[in-house]
Design a protein around this ligand. Structure first.
Ligand code: BEZ
Length: 228
């Protein structure tokens, strides 16, 4: 059976471009984005790896570590890294797993034989500091990923782990959020002193609670409003 949300991300040892690692130990107390690439020296992957390297400051802000995987040898990865630097203007700055024997790819279900029998598809696993899988996305080999979308979901996960909220369609950090329906209006009043705007009893919008403490001005707009 494939890995599901809430499962513990399987631990493994692997050779990578930054040396041998044991996954859980390497992850430490950070969040992780583990993602697979079909093969070295392929054009879409080359653009993705350069882009992820450029996003490093965004990962660091969120305490996220990136780690890629491709089912080729370490020597091949090292040669490919020069091409990435040359064509993308950005050196690799995170580990790339050399999974030539496909051990990790099989452990994580990264090979979808009806799509390609030999090479991995573009999987993404977001793993939290407790090593639980919190997001999985699978893309076909021909479509480069949108890593801003993956960071957006990390923002949502980190926020909703701390507060009794969910994030609406196309939400970005700082925008209004939804108070979870399981919270009564009475409890919501205690937890969201800036109030909310209720479009329906189950659809209560409130300012991003991390920003709300500083943004006193927004209280005029949000009152303890209920809608029948
Ligand atoms: C690529 O990374 O460019 C790629 C890999 C497999 C199939 C098509 C494109």
């Amino acid at each position: 059976m494939s890995l599901q949300l809430g499962d513990t991300a399987p631990d493994f040892s692997a050779v990578t471009t930054v040396g041998p690692i044991t996954f859980h130990e390497w992850a430490g107390t950070d969040w992780v984005i583990l993602f697979s690439h079909p093969k070295d020296f392929t054009p879409v992957c080359t653009t993705e790896l350069g882009y992820v390297a450029r996003l490093k400051p965004e990962f660091q802000k969120r305490r996220v570590k990136a780690i890629g995987l491709s089912v080729d040898s370490l020597e091949s990865h090292q040669r490919w890294a020069s091409d990435i630097q040359e064509t993308q203007g950005q050196a690799l700055n995170f580990p790339l797993i050399a999974d030539a024997d496909r051990k990790v790819a099989r452990l994580y279900g990264m090979i979808h034989p009806k799509h390609d029998e030999l090479y991995t598809v573009r999987t993404v696993f977001v793993v939290d500091p407790q090593k639980k899988i919190r997001l999985t996305i699978t893309y076909p080999q021909t479509a480069g990923r949108n890593f801003e979308e993956i960071l957006r979901v990390v923002d949502s996960l980190q926020l909703t782990d701390r507060y009794a909220v969910a994030t609406p369609v196309n939400w970005h950090s700082g925008e209004d959020v939804i108070i979870v329906p399981s919270l009564s209006d009475g409890d919501a009043q205690k937890r969201f002193p800036h109030g909310w705007r209720a479009q329906k009893p189950y659809l209560r919008l409130t300012p991003d609670p991390r920003g709300a403490a500083q943004a006193e001005s927004s209280t005029a707009e949000f009152e303890f409003e209920t809608s029948g």
